[in-house]
Structure formats: structure tokens, C-alpha cells
Design a protein around this ligand. Structure first.
Ligand code: CIR
Length: 252
């Protein structure tokens, strides 16, 4: 059984952190409705949903992906790069402890889960504004015993590594080559985003389907042409906070 941990949208969502996009008015009720639709599509693809209550004082806390990443053997609790987001991990520790032994990234290192792309035993970590070189070192030490290799990936012009590249299946990645070099991912089939849709590289494979924003029809067509079953959700209001589909859940 696949479990998806999600968290309801904070009433202070419009006070979110922003790095690469301009602030535009956010309607929290619309964001909540879209999040609800997202959670429903996770359930429709077979996930058992564990929805945590909203954390009013943590505007970005709907983006649970940044607080942890989950491996078959262990879950890693991150230390998010933005100070406003560091307290988000507390409730996630409680939520994840029934499922995995936990290990922790500690001060002074920071890493956002959105920068962590797990491809088998290779774990790529985006060298973004949120994730530090010392986090790479800590992660390597924490995960050595399980046979993982941590690989730092240079990236540019976007918030997280997974804004630039995500896993579609075991052999296939969806990528914006302007934001991360394809040479990191030799041996994978790379589906490029349509040039008109630079933010389209973030998809969430779950069960037999791919959860994907409605906003990127041209790239969606590229996924469908390769035989992937794409299930679209409107996450435009969440995207105003620089979020996308991977960031709103932790998949176990
Ligand atoms: C932030 O800047 O941290 C949030 N406003 C957006 C985080 C999105 N997270 C993700 O893509 N993993």
C-alpha cells in the first residue's frame, strides 16, 4: 500500500517564501480547493492519505516534500534552507516515525526535500539556494551504510532540483535542460519540457499514473506520446507560491 502524507494549506499561505517568481495575489480558498483536488487524485491512484492539520503559523507548510525524503530503509528528516520553514519538520517527525527509522540533517547543513532526486542508489542533491555542500557530506555519512551515493547537481534559475528534473519511471526523466545539465543523467531516457513551458519538469508518478499540472498541455502530450497515463490537476494557485505537484506530498 502506498501512503501519501499531505498537509492542509495554512491560512497564512500568501506569506509564503518566494525566490524566482514575483509575488501575485493568492486566494487561500482557491489554493485549498486545488489542494483538495490534488489529494483526491492521489487517492484515485491508490494512495492511502494521511492528511496533517494545517499549521497556521507556517505559511509554506503545505509543501511537505521539503521536510523529508523516504528511502526503503530509512527516512531522512531534512533541515529546510529558509528559516521560516525550519519548524515544519517537527510534525513530520511524528508522522513518519511509524513507517521508517529516522535520521536527521543537522545544523549548520540545510537541505530542502525538493532538491533531493532519488534514482535507485544514486541520490542527486540540487546545489540550490536552499541546500548546502555540508548537507551533501552529512547525507553521504548518514546513508553510506545503506549503499547510497550522494551526487551534487549544479542548477540555475529555479528553486529546487525537482523544478528542473523529476523521475517519470525507473528509466525515464522529465527535464528542463536550461536549468540542469542532462549530462548528470546518462543512461536515462530524457523527455524534455516544451520550450514554451519551462516549469513543466515537475511530475509525480504514483501507482499506474502521473500526477501533472493542467497548465502544461504541450509537455503533457510528450508524456502521453511515450505511453504514460497522465492525470491532471489544477495547481495554479499553489504555483503562485513556487510549488508544484511533487512538493505537496511525501510518498511512502
Ligand atoms: C518555498 O519557497 O520554500 C515555498 N514557497 C515553495 C516550496 C516548493 N517546494 C518544492 O517544490 N519542493
Amino acid at each position: 500500500m502506498t501512503v501519501a502524507i499531505t498537509r492542509e494549506v495554512s491560512s497564512r499561505f500568501s506569506e509564503c517564501e518566494l525566490t524566482h517568481i514575483d509575488r501575485t495575489p493568492i486566494d487561500v480558498n482557491v489554493a485549498r480547493a486545488q489542494h483538495h483536488e490534488y489529494v483526491n487524485s492521489l487517492a484515485a491512484l491508490g494512495c492511502q492519505i494521511v492528511e496533517l492539520p494545517a499549521e497556521t503559523d507556517l505559511p509554506d507548510s503545505v509543501f511537505v516534500e521539503d521536510t523529508a525524503f523516504i528511502l526503503p530503509e530509512v527516512a531522512v528528516i531534512t533541515r529546510p534552507g529558509a528559516d521560516s520553514r525550519k519548524p515544519e519538520t517537527e510534525s513530520i517527525i511524528h508522522a513518519l516515525s511509524p513507517y521508517r527509522p529516522l535520521v536527521h540533517v543537522t545544523d549548520p547543513a540545510t537541505v530542502d526535500g525538493g532538491d533531493v532526486l532519488v534514482l535507485g542508489k544514486n541520490i542527486y542533491v540540487g546545489l540550490s539556494t536552499r541546500s548546502t555542500a555540508s548537507a551533501l557530506e552529512q547525507l553521504q555519512n548518514l546513508l553510506n551504510n545503506y549503499g547510497y551515493t550522494i551526487i551534487g547537481a549544479e542548477m540555475q534559475d529555479c528553486l529546487h532540483l525537482k523544478t528542473a528534473v523529476t523521475r517519470v519511471d525507473d528509466k525515464t526523466l522529465l527535464i528542463n535542460k536550461n536549468w540542469v545539465a542532462p549530462s548528470y543523467f546518462k543512461g536515462y531516457e530524457l523527455i524534455e519540457v516544451d520550450p514554451a513551458e519551462p516549469f513543466a519538469a515537475n511530475c509525480l508518478p504514483v501507482g499506474d499514473g502521473i500526477i501533472y499540472p493542467t497548465t502544461f498541455p504541450k509537455t503533457k502530450q510528450r508524456l502521453e506520446e511515450k505511453g504514460f497515463m497522465v492525470s491532471t490537476v489544477n495547481v495554479d494557485e499553489l504555483a503562485k507560491a513556487e510549488g508544484a505537484v511533487t512538493c505537496c506530498s511525501l510518498i511512502i
